[in-house]
Design a protein around this ligand. Structure first.
Ligand code: UDP
Ligand code: MG
Length: 309
């Protein structure tokens, strides 16, 4: 039987950890597995609760970061230290239903797929505007990038060792997991499930946080916004040229007195806006390049019970 590693990123999940472990233990009775909790710089008792569980269960490992590095970094650390033949990534708040796991494991064990991932088909209990923006985002992302993100795709997935090794080869600093998982390819089977609310605690995602994250995804996976500036520039140059000929001709024929304040203001404001926007877009890519060239570590470990880290 394949050895299974379950990677669980945790940030301020003191209440969820215990419930999560109980559930997963029930579901995985009879399996050969390890659970790797990654404490992503929690400021509550998350680490203590994880350690308590680890002390009583030799199958429980933990990695604790020196500060909050973000879920993406936590997943990377978990994947890097997982020793399983099959590796599963899962949230600690039980929003990724553990009872899907046996079905996922069975599907992947049949050997037809390299990845079995969960897809949320409802957004029950979520604000309407959030679902709306999310839907539009997927549409835009898929249109301007060469990838095809599956709507409702979550990080809840079981992968073979081969897939995980490929994901680990993408050791970039800006980690947009949804994109990375998709980018490596392989045959993926999607399993649909209804949205579940958190068992305890609160989500750390604010509207602005999500907006920032979505821009990161676009910058990480497509350079289309840069081409849009070029396109806009070309269109405006052509229009400006035609308009210039029109003005010159008009002036020669009728020798107009000074006029056209409105025209000039509109042109200046519009072009100024577009120029600033383009510089902003350019800056975003430069910022990401700058961060990548620093080559900083994706995470820093403060303590762990894994021996050969
Ligand atoms: N998480 C993390 N680091 C962070 C934020 C979140 O490891 O900086 C973990 C969190 O503990 C949970 C998972 O990532 O296990 C998903 O987070 P959350 O439930 O807040 O996101 P949502 O389910 O609302 O997308
Ligand atoms: Mg959650």
């Amino acid at each position: 039987m394949d050895f299974l590693s379950i990677v669980v990123p945790c940030f301020n999940e003191e209440e969820s950890i215990g419930i999560f472990f109980k559930e997963i233990e029930k579901v995985l009775a009879g399996y050969d597995y390890e659970i790797i909790f990654i404490n992503d710089g929690s400021s509550d008792n998350t680490l203590k609760n994880i350690k308590d569980i680890a002390n009583e269960n030799s199958s429980v490992k933990y990695i604790s970061f020196s500060r909050n590095f973000g879920k993406e970094s936590a997943i990377y650390a978990g994947l890097k230290n997982a020793s399983g033949d099959l590796i599963c990534v899962m949230d600690a708040d039980l929003q990724h239903p553990p009872n899907l796991l046996p079905e996922m494991l069975e599907t992947i064990s049949n050997g037809d797929y390299d990845v079995v991932a969960a897809r949320r088909i409802s957004r029950k209990g979520e604000p309407k505007f959030k679902s709306f923006f999310s839907h539009q985002y997927y549409k835009i992302f898929n249109r301007i990038s060469e990838m095809n993100l599956v709507e409702g795709a979550t990080d809840y997935r079981v992968m073979t060792r081969q897939v995980v090794n490929s994901v680990l080869e993408l050791n970039e600093f800006n980690r947009f997991s949804k994109g990375l998982f998709q980018w490596v390819g392989f045959d993926t089977k999607w399993i649909a499930y209804e949205n579940v609310e958190r068992v305890a605690g609160e989500t750390t995602w604010s509207f602005w946080g999500l907006l920032k994250y979505s821009i990161e995804g676009i910058v990480a996976f497509t350079t289309a916004p840069l081409s849009i500036s070029t396109l806009l520039g070309s269109i405006f140059s052509i229009v400006a040229f035609i308009y210039m000929i029109f003005i010159i001709t008009k002036n020669l024929l009728y020798s107009d007195p000074v006029q056209g304040f409105a025209t000039i203001m509109c042109a200046i404001l519009l072009l100024g806006g577009i120029q600033l926007l383009s510089i902003g877009v350019l800056g975003k890519y430069l910022e990401k390049t700058y961060l990548e060239t620093k080559n900083r570590p994706i995470f820093i470990v403060k303590e762990s019970n894994i021996d050969d880290m």
